[in-house]
Design a protein. Structure first.
Length: 270
């Protein structure tokens, strides 16, 4: 339980786990693939699940539908377990890991549905190593903080992965694909930051999701793709005109208030 409470304390203090590459054989597969991989991974099964379950306009997920179609999800997870990352290039790997995080999260919730009210009610939801990618067992934290963030260094990750909570950016209703992951990441970033639940202006202040507080360093770190001098400047690239105007008027550093994060389950039936 100690690691679980450390993670929650990190969130409460406005910080997040470090982005640090994990010590795992999966990293060697990724490295090899990024230097010579040309293959394609089929995510059509995951798209089929997302089309049936995800409601991106409301930010909710129909977990009852997934539970009734558990075989479809299990088949997709089996394909992830059997993947060969050494044969996939960078964008194919990127798409696979984003999809894997979301698929494993939904698997975790449906295993405990309908009694689960919040992912935080479950034992070590992010720390438990139980998910298999390319023959290697990892945890959700391994995927996000040990692979996605440190290896791909893209702040848009935070609008692509979904932690099954109302406060999280909506789960896309289509799988990420290697050939289109760049445009898809722009799409989810824009969909999130043009939504007042995640970014807006109130009483002359910039209102932002707590995610942009916890992971703020990823948006300004010079080693990350398309970083900005401040978080508001980064947000303004994708946000509505009122946000852009406020950020410009304040020289890139308006007063910011971070919204309370809603950890309740993003279940479409509630």
């Amino acid at each position: 339980m100690r690691n679980f409470w450390i993670l929650l304390l990190a969130f409460a203090l406005g910080c997040a786990p470090d982005a640090k590459v994990i010590d795992s054989p999966i990293v060697a597969q990724l490295t090899q693939g990024q230097s010579q991989g040309t293959g394609h991974f089929d995510h059509s099964g995951w798209t089929e699940i997302l089309k049936g379950a995800s409601k991106p306009k409301t930010g909710r997920v129909d977990y009852a539908w997934v539970k009734a179609n558990q075989g479809k999800l299990d088949a997709y997870l089996k394909s992830l377990a059997e993947a060969d990352l050494s044969k996939l290039g960078r964008n194919e790997q990127f798409a696979l890991l984003l999809n894997a995080y979301n698929a494993f999260t939904i698997k975790l919730i449906t295993e405990n549905y309908p009694s689960v009210k919040s992912i935080r009610d479950l034992s070590k939801p992010w720390k438990t190593s139980r998910y298999v990618i390319a023959g290697v067992t990892v945890s959700l934290n391994d995927i996000e903080h040990g692979l996605l963030r440190p290896l791909f260094k893209d702040p848009r990750i935070h609008f692509a992965v979904n932690c099954a909570s109302i406060g999280c950016p909506p789960l896309s209703d289509e799988a990420f694909e290697g050939k289109s992951v760049e445009s898809q990441l722009d799409k989810v970033a824009r969909a999130t930051l043009t939504n007042a639940r995640y970014a807006g202006v109130k009483d002359g202040k910039l209102q932002l999701s707590a995610i942009l507080d916890w992971y703020g360093a990823d948006f300004t770190d010079e080693t990350f793709i398309a970083h900005a001098k401040t978080v508001p400047v980064w947000v303004a690239r994708y946000a509505n005109e009122d946000v852009r105007a406020l950020v410009k008027k304040a020289g890139g550093s308006p007063e910011v208030e971070f919204m309370d994060y809603d950890w309740r389950l993003n279940d479409s039936s509630r």
